[in-house]
Write a protein that binds this ligand. Structure first.
Ligand code: CUA
Length: 179
């Protein structure tokens, strides 16, 4: 056998599998299955991979609902961009919009109270990574993701976009206050 001449049997899948090769394929396959099972495990035991409900929506429909909540429950604005800080009553539906390159509005929630957080993107795929709580979900345009959240620690949380979404991806941050 030489590396210069073509192999006698040109169809690679007709070659017998070497024992070492077969072993590696088996290891890789088993590892894939372990990783696959861990996705479920992280949800059940690791309290990660949140259960989200997802519905179809449009930017117009979602912004109308978000705007209504912002109009009703804005308590102040922050930064030069006058981002509204919205403090909706416990138990209510809260909305956050992801778009190039910000999250809108800022939310102010009460510790120990449950809210239904609705998320969508106005343009491309974004990520919603809540730090330091380490909650992490994808925000996909055309879909409304609904997560039930009960903040259990007060403080200032950062929302970070963790799906690369263009030149200003690194500036795409938002904020959630828990009182
Ligand atoms: Cu939005 Cu990266």
């Amino acid at each position: 056998m030489s590396a210069i001449l073509p192999p006698a049997e040109r169809l690679w899948y007709r070659h017998p599998i070497d024992r070492v090769e077969g072993t590696w394929i088996a290891i890789a396959l088993i590892w894939c299955l372990v990783m696959f099972a861990m996705m479920v495990g992280w949800h059940v035991w690791g309290k990660q991979n949140l259960s989200t409900e997802t519905y179809r929506t449009t930017p117009e429909k979602f912004s109308a609902k978000a705007q209504a909540v912002v109009d009703k429950y804005t308590v102040r604005t922050e930064t030069d961009q006058k981002v509204p800080v919205v403090a909706p009553p416990p138990g209510s539906d809260v909305y956050m919009i992801a778009r190039l390159w910000n999250f809108w509005p800022i939310l102010e929630l009460e510790k120990g109270k449950t809210y239904k957080l609705h998320l969508t993107s106005m343009d491309y795929n974004h990520g919603f990574s809540l730090q330091p709580a380490n909650i992490n979900i994808q925000v996909v345009p055309g879909f409304e993701h609904v997560v039930t959240v009960t903040p259990n620690q007060s403080g200032t949380y950062s929302v970070v976009c963790n799906e690369y979404c263009g030149i200003n991806h690194h500036t795409m941050v938002g904020r959630v206050y828990v009182k």
